[in-house]
Design a protein around this ligand. Structure first.
Ligand SMILES: [Zn+2]
Ligand SMILES: [Zn+2]
Length: 336
């Protein structure tokens, strides 16, 4: 089959690789659409937990092509998506509602061959059937939206919250919709690209602020005492360091964006103490596919405007470079 391969860091190949085999508890999925994610860029730059060579891709939808002999719940022809996070089910983390910290965690497209391929194998227990009428595009957003659901479960949200988000990329644009629908009174988004700020307003941001020399004054005007919830959806260390300037006493800071794994930022421990701050992390997702599917199936979250490019494997390299440079929103790769 054809697949996109990272043979080593900073290298992309589109080549023929062996078809996946189907273990007794697995299904083989013929991929319809797989989204390019910021995590793929971190993998490509070797600043994540992956090893090479790797077929990346962890945000995909498709059709079951083959089922292993022990699989009862799926049949060829079923439209599915796959939770790429594979949990062992028997370690202490798995058995204590923290499966995303599984001691034996594996990730489809992260440590195992992923969805930028014609076919991908995955355990049946990680598959979810798609509701009637859900498009392949919507289905490829289930994984990133499941990460947003996990983040919202990590936060302590309150009716009429006032939220500040740095970064109006695809994840920021999912977060703003999820927060508004969950009851936030106001969500302010900071972003350097004007086009993204327009889209942020269109999908529910109450206020938008350009990340330039006027940012400080604009944010002080909006919230003189700071914001009760500040979310980083950029993963950029310099942005993260400044984000604390806008966090109100008793505020919650959420690290949602993925920073390079060796990056450091300076935060004053005195400020954390003096302000009663909560600093919250949110890693991937934790059995949150079903709420994400429900949000999409019921039209709560609109993902169509978040897709700026659709490409095939031949167009992958160019689209990936443009994505990594911030010149696209979500890029969907069609395997067929
Ligand atoms: Zn992702
Ligand atoms: Zn485990």
């Amino acid at each position: 089959m054809q697949a996109v391969v990272f043979p080593q860091a900073e290298t992309i190949a589109v080549e023929r690789v062996p078809d996946p085999t189907c273990a007794p508890d697995e299904v083989v999925v013929r991929v319809a659409v797989c989204g390019i994610c910021g995590t793929d860029v971190h993998i490509y730059r070797n600043e994540y937990m992956s090893e090479f060579p790797l077929v990346p891709g962890h945000e995909f939808s498709g059709v079951v092509a083959e089922v292993g002999r022990d699989v009862k719940d799926f049949a060829p022809g079923d439209r599915v998506t796959v939770d790429p996070n594979l949990y062992c089910g028997h370690c202490d983390f798995c058995r204590n509602e923290q499966a995303n910290h599984c001691r034996n965690w594996q990730g489809v497209g992260v440590t195992l061959p992923g969805g930028f391929a014609e076919y991908v194998a995955a355990p049946a227990r990680a598959c979810y059937k798609l509701p009637e009428g859900m498009s392949d595009t919507q289905a490829a957003f289930i994984e990133p939206l499941a990460c947003v659901v996990h983040a919202l479960k990590r936060l302590r949200t309150w009716p009429a919250d006032d939220v500040l988000i740095f970064g109006a990329g695809p994840m920021g644009l999912l977060l703003v919709q999820a927060l508004r629908y969950s009851g936030a009174a106001r969500v302010t988004m900071v972003e350097k690209q004007t086009e993204r700020l327009k889209l942020a307003s269109a999908v529910g941001a109450s206020a938008t602020v350009s990340a330039d020399s006027g940012q400080d004054e604009a944010l002080r005007d909006l919230a003189p005492d700071g914001f009760p919830i500040v979310i980083d959806a950029t993963g950029v260390p310099a942005v993260i360091e400044r984000a604390f300037n806008y966090l109100r006493p008793r505020g919650q800071y959420l690290q949602f964006g993925v920073a390079p794994n060796h990056a450091k930022v300076q935060v004053s421990p005195y400020d954390i103490f003096r302000n009663d701050w909560h600093i919250i992390g949110s890693f991937a997702l934790c059995y949150t596919f079903l709420p994400a599917i429900a949000w999409l199936a019921n039209g709560v979250i609109d993902v169509e405007p978040l897709v700026s490019h659709q490409v095939d494997f031949a167009g992958f390299r160019q689209a990936f470079d443009a994505f990594a440079a911030g010149r696209t929103l979500k890029v969907h790769v069609r395997a067929a």
